[in-house]
Design a protein. Structure first.
Length: 99
């Protein structure tokens, strides 16, 4: 052959942002923050969102693409390009798909 590699390739190991700090028992007693819909187009809504309402979104290269202090339980993601993201809220990381 000519040394070319052909066929389908799949990547199954994705790395997100590194968590910093330590976890305490209080962290585990918090209700898990949830958001919907996922996948989403323009807007996501949160449930169990208490305390600090700072949201950060990272792309798959761990680059922060959005940081926002929420005034409500909704967040506009209309300016994000379609793709796979990590959403951080209250120290919890969630996968987000933007369509």
């Amino acid at each position: 052959g000519n040394g070319a590699i052909t066929g389908d390739f799949y990547i199954d190991d994705l790395k997100g942002p590194q968590l910093q700090g330590t976890a305490s028992t209080n962290d585990f007693e918090k209700a898990t923050v949830q958001f919907f819909p996922n996948p989403a187009n323009d807007m996501i809504r949160f449930s169990n969102l208490d305390g600090n309402k700072q949201i950060r979104i990272f792309d798959i290269n761990s680059k922060q693409v959005l940081k926002k202090e929420l005034k409500s339980n909704e967040l506009s993601i209309k300016n994000l390009k379609p793709g796979f993201y990590f959403l951080e809220v209250n120290g919890q990381f969630k996968k987000l798909i933007k369509e």
